[in-house]
Design a protein around this ligand. Structure first.
Ligand code: DHB
Length: 491
């Protein structure tokens, strides 16, 4: 199979959403590696404003200078198929559509995830499959850089949650030899795979420390509240050839009804409560070992009781989020539940009662949140093997295991964690990072994004982090600001 891009194989499409229309040239479903494990997934599509081909420009960008916006659709560490500009699987107009309007070239690459099986029934989507695929897609673009529309030195990755984690990995592990055997295995082009910038919404990352971070934040709150996605309802097409039973996607890769959610509420068992305390007590040791400092050079530490300069730093960023609302004239204090934890004086957000703030957000996951002692999480499955469905990935949960589960190799866990690569000089890092983690998101601790941002900043990487007000676990909700950021780093 050739990895040469055929620039003559395209269609011109008119896409209309929300009363706005883009005419774009589409190059769809191009295999980006020679030996894909899941051929329907390991391919990419390129969308280009058609006006670029008539010598026109949008927002100062033309066919050669346009940034390449590269979103992924990975969620829950499941497979992420390509997605055309238009609606996403939740029925909302996607970022790719707006990216075209803003003069970017869009490259949507599919990538494997947990649940993918080959004809022999082997799990071919376990770690590090997703990040390997996305790197192979970047390599395909570089391999064809003379033919690819847009500027391959201005690739900006974007993703949400597990997809945000993937975006953070793309931005921290460029060209690292650790991934080479996996890239060779799928027949990726022998090219660079570093990217220019990474946009990460609520990255579910640093998985091997996510349990301790979660309990640092939520320990003491024993009731949990979450929602699970219902299985496809009767009558709805399911069993997508690539995605399996992924609600919202029909058998032709098309759109269906948005998934339905069923609330699950409960109280942690005594045993889970005891695990929570143990995990919580371990977080300061981890945080202090990282030797992080803020932009003023103040070292970020925690005392044994979980308080200290790092907590104050997180609170400062929550205060900034509140201040942005106040400055925009929003009366956030009219919500008595907010007034329980936030103090505002003369229009300034001055203090947060951390415990009350956490109570306001509520706990979503039982302890341990990611590496469950009885397994069953998305992450346990991520760290499976070709023939073992799920495994532990922390020594703690392996020690407290209740189901006789094995533990993943250190190397597999490492390949999924950007933290290990940021100060590895062999890894080429993105020049710019943008991290957004909503102020009421509870899928992972705010500390996870904060630690990532501090580590990037300490390594001299331009990093923009914020906890947008009132935003739960979500992404792509502030596209005008995202695109302003992209323009500010590209122009
Ligand atoms: C996602 C959410 C989670 O809570 C998690 O543990 C892993 C992934 C997601 O939305 O991608």
């Amino acid at each position: 199979m050739s990895l040469k891009f055929n620039e003559t194989d395209f269609e011109v499409q008119k896409i209309t959403e929300e009363g706005r229309t883009v005419v774009c040239r589409t190059f769809e479903h191009i295999p980006y590696c020679e030996s894909p494990k899941v051929p329907d997934l390991e391919r990419l599509s390129i969308y280009v404003p058609e006006i670029f081909y008539q010598g026109g420009s949008i927002n100062g960008y033309d066919l050669h200078s346009a940034p390449i916006f590269m979103p992924n659709t990975i969620g829950g560490y499941m497979p992420g198929p390509e997605e055309a500009p238009g609606k996403n699987f939740m029925g909302k107009t996607n970022a790719s559509f707006y990216a075209l309007l803003n003069g970017y070239v869009v490259v949507s690459a599919g990538a494997r995830g947990r649940g993918n099986r080959n004809a022999e029934g082997e799990n071919v989507g376990v770690a590090p499959a997703g990040i390997v695929d996305l790197k192979a897609a970047v390599r395909f673009l570089r391999h064809n850089k003379e033919l690819i529309p847009g500027n391959t030195d201005r690739i900006i990755t974007n993703g949400t949650s597990a997809g945000g984690a993937m975006s953070s990995l793309l931005g921290t592990t460029g060209n690292h030899p650790d991934y080479e055997p996996y890239l060779k295995e799928i027949g990726a082009a022998d090219e660079r795979d570093d990217v220019f910038a990474s946009s990460c919404y609520c990255p579910i990352t640093n998985l091997d420390h996510a349990d301790v971070a979660y309990e640092w934040e939520f320990c003491g709150l024993n009731d949990y509240h979450r929602a699970i996605i219902a299985e496809p309802l009767e009558g709805e097409p399911s069993d997508h050839p690539v995605l399996g039973k992924r609600p919202g996607v029909d058998g032709n890769g098309g759109m269906m009804k948005p998934p339905k959610f069923i609330p699950v509420d409960g109280e942690m068992t005594r045993k889970q409560q005891a695990l929570s305390v143990e995990l919580c007590n371990r977080f300061p040791g981890y945080l202090n070992m990282l030797n992080l400092s803020d932009e003023k050079g103040q070292s970020m530490t925690l005392d044994d009781d979980g308080t200290g300069s790092f907590l104050n730093h997180v609170i400062e960023n929550v205060l900034k989020s509140a201040q942005k609302e106040l400055d925009a004239g929003h009366d956030i204090m009219s919500d008595s539940k907010v007034a329980d934890w936030l103090r505002v004086e003369n229009g300034r957000a001055v203090s947060v009662d951390w415990k009350e703030y956490v109570r306001f957000r509520t706990r979503m996951k039982e302890a341990p949140a990611f590496d469950n002692v009885s397994m069953g999480t998305a992450e346990n499955e991520l760290f499976g093997t070709t023939d073992v469905k799920q495994r532990h990935f922390t020594a703690f949960s392996k020690e407290h295991d209740t189901v006789g589960g094995a533990i993943a190799e250190k190397d597999q866990v490492r390949l999924m964690n950007p933290m290990y690569y940021i100060d590895d000089p062999i890894a080429v890092k993105a020049t710019h990072f943008r991290i957004r983690h909503g102020a009421v998101d509870r899928d992972t601790s705010l500390a996870i994004s904060e630690i990532l941002a501090l580590k990037l900043e300490d390594a001299g990487i331009d990093t923009d982090i914020a906890h947008p007000w009132g935003i739960p676990h979500a992404g792509d909700y502030d596209l005008p600001e995202l695109f302003d950021w992209i323009d500010s780093i590209c122009k």
